[in-house]
Design a protein around this ligand. Structure first.
Ligand code: UD1
Length: 349
């Protein structure tokens, strides 16, 4: 297959490209406008895989340039793995129009191109945020979705619905939405990992940057939840495992011919881990103590969510290979590499 990865320089997109190049014969091409990433990502992908990926620096919300500068130039594409989107929950509350514009118009323009250029298969980055504050844990794909807590969450839920409707039109197009739990870690080589622009929003990069002295504080958002140690529970899944699921998912769509229109899969480990347990796993894996502070709960955070992953296991043949210790070790190796290159690769902080 020839696969278009949108957001190929981003955290999960770049790991997915590495998985495709390391483990399959598929061709891959990327679109990324570097809004939250860096062109040097493609150098690191080349260092790891020995292969150079072509990237088109395009904004998906600009339909005519997407057509003219990508699809008219690249020729037939068999499948799209669509990551390119904004993902900061707090920012989405402050800038809802930006999030709806970017995430929904980007998706719609890609689907218009799927129709025009006969692209048959589509994988969508969704999120466990669609389950909201689910009453029973772990959540399965049958757990009812809830009104999202943020505009970011709405863009994921609406994106899923758009794909479901589009796949039902029987034009030979099929799609899968992958609901990620909390992606963490870095490539097992430690040579490539997450590098958000500005201050990170997610727990693990905050921990590694704090341990390196890049950040002044590490706050734990709330220790009064009804959990075993009072801190919130999430399902931390290694980014390389998430990446591998995309390849399996796309291959499933391609093999299914017209039997499968649309479906959703949870991508989590199945284990719920508290914030304090993440910090302890980091300390144990690296031998570094981190002096955190307990602060108030963060608005919009749910108390507990983790996945039942048996559907992806059964139907995609997907089994997470890595645990939380692997994630901490690789994230820390990557952070140490960044520490040696600081000023060269780091955008701010
Ligand atoms: C959120 C979204 C998820 C999205 C992901 C992408 C929700 C419910 N979840 O995940 O859909 O895909 O962001 O960015 O909207 N924490 C601290 N201190 C920190 C940072 C985080 O204690 O400095 C805690 C949080 O309160 C949370 C856990 O760590 O309990 C994980 O937080 P984070 O990494 O930000 O991810 P989510 O909020 O779970």
């Amino acid at each position: 297959m020839k696969i278009l990865v949108t957001g190929g320089a981003g955290y999960i997109g770049s790991h997915t490209i590495i998985d495709i190049l390391e483990n399959t014969e598929h061709d891959v091409v990327s679109i990324d406008n570097f809004s939250n990433s860096d062109a040097k990502t493609f150098d690191r992908i080349e260092e790891i895989t020995g292969k150079r990926v072509k990237n088109y620096e395009l904004d998906l919300t600009a339909y005519s340039s997407l057509k003219e500068r990508f699809f008219n130039v690249e020729g037939p594409i068999d499948g799209i793995i669509h990551f390119a989107a904004l993902k900061a929950v707090g920012e989405s509350v402050e800038k809802p129009v930006l999030y709806y514009h970017n995430n929904l118009n980007g998706l719609i323009n890609l689907l218009k191109c799927c129709q025009k250029y006969d692209v048959k298969h589509f994988i969508f980055s969704s999120s466990c945020t669609v389950y909201g504050n689910a009453k029973t844990q772990p959540v399965t794909e049958l757990t009812p979705v809830q009104p999202p807590e943020s505009p970011y969450g709405y863009t994921k839920l609406v994106g899923e619905n758009i794909l479901k409707d589009f796949s039902a039109t029987k034009i030979g197009f099929n799609a899968l939405s992958l609901r990620y739990f909390n992606p963490v870690g870095a490539h097992p080589s430690g040579k490539h990992g997450e590098l958000p622009k500005g201050r990170p929003n997610n727990l693990v990069p905050i921990v590694t940057q704090f341990a390196s002295g890049w950040l002044d504080e590490l706050n734990i958002f709330g220790d009064d939840y009804e959990t075993r140690d009072g801190t919130a529970i999430r399902d931390y899944i290694h980014v390389s495992d998430i990446a591998n699921a995309h390849v399996l998912a796309l291959e499933k769509l391609a093999e299914s011919e017209h039997e499968l229109d649309y479906d959703v899969y949870n991508l989590g480990t199945g284990d719920g881990v508290t914030v304090l347990e993440v910090i302890k796993a980091f300390e144990k894996s690296t031998g570094i103590s981190v002096a955190y502070t307990i602060s108030d709960r963060r608005a919009g955070d749910v108390e507990c969510i983790y996945a039942n992953n048996s559907k992806a296991n059964r139907q995609l043949g997907w089994n997470p290979k890595y645990g939380i210790a692997d994630a901490m070790i690789s994230a820390w190796q990557w952070q140490q590499l960044l520490n040696t290159k600081r000023g060269d690769t780091v955008h701010s902080e």
